[in-house]
Design a protein around this ligand. Structure first.
Ligand code: IYR
Length: 220
């Protein structure tokens, strides 16, 4: 976009504050859970918009920003998404999924019923742009699209959690139906469906753990 350079707006933080912030943010992120029981309580759209702005600040291959977020709150659209998703999920749970995959999912207690797709106030359908369009309509190549959209999605989840909302990364498989229901252009493919809202007051989550640091990182 730009062949100019500007000064970096870097905010130096004193080392003690850095440690405190790192620890506080670690605690905050460790409280994040994937939620499947959502309340229908409304959510201020400004929170969703700022979450999307934060996601849009993600790094991306050649800064092509190869993502598009469709924010769905319309009840008829949510119902259409639920109907199509549950159809795929039924096929998944009843035929397509190998036993090993079903066994891996057992601790999560998931099944083909996805009431949260109607209950939650917002569904954010995340699309990856396989290519873009220049100002004159010519095709523009995108780079590291999956990585870029994955990073933006992680930042969106983090932003919404930080703002006080619950999310669920839902991946009905296959999810091409999202492209049809939401009438997306042919350069976009559905990447993930993020369910967003307040948890139901009675919400429970599976008793599962995250791996400790020494199991996920090597220092050398
Ligand atoms: N898409 C199905 C199955 C599912 C798959 C994985 I991998 C999960 O981590 C969770 C669920 C569903 O949403 O039920």
């Amino acid at each position: 976009m730009s062949d100019r350079f500007v000064p970096l707006a870097f905010e130096e933080i004193p080392p003690d504050d850095m440690r405190a912030r790192a620890a506080a943010f670690r605690d905050e992120m460790q409280r994040r859970r994937s939620v499947r029981d959502f309340s229908d309580r409304p959510v201020d759209r400004a929170i969703i918009e700022d979450g999307l702005r934060a996601a849009g600040a993600a790094p991306s291959g050649a800064n092509k920003q190869p993502w598009h977020f469709v924010v769905v709150s319309d009840p008829a659209l949510k119902r259409a998404i639920r109907t199509a998703a549950e159809e795929e999920e039924r096929a998944f749970y009843e035929d397509r999924a190998p036993q090993e995959w079903l066994d891996a999912l057992a601790p999560l207690g998931t099944d083909p019923n996805k009431p949260f797709l109607e209950q939650a106030p917002y569904l954010i359908a995340i699309f990856a742009e396989n290519y873009g369009r220049g100002p004159d309509g010519t095709k523009e190549k995108h780079y590291y699209t999956t990585e870029s959209v994955g990073i933006a999605t992680g930042m969106l989840i983090t932003a919404l959690h930080h703002a006080g909302l619950a999310t669920l990364t839902h991946t009905p498989s296959p999810m091409r139906f999202l492209e049809e229901v939401l009438e997306r252009p042919e350069n976009e493919r559905a990447f993930l469906l993020l369910v967003v809202g307040y948890p139901d007051e009675e919400a429970t989550v599976p008793a599962i753990d995250k791996k400790p640091l020494d199991a996920i990182a090597t220092f050398r």
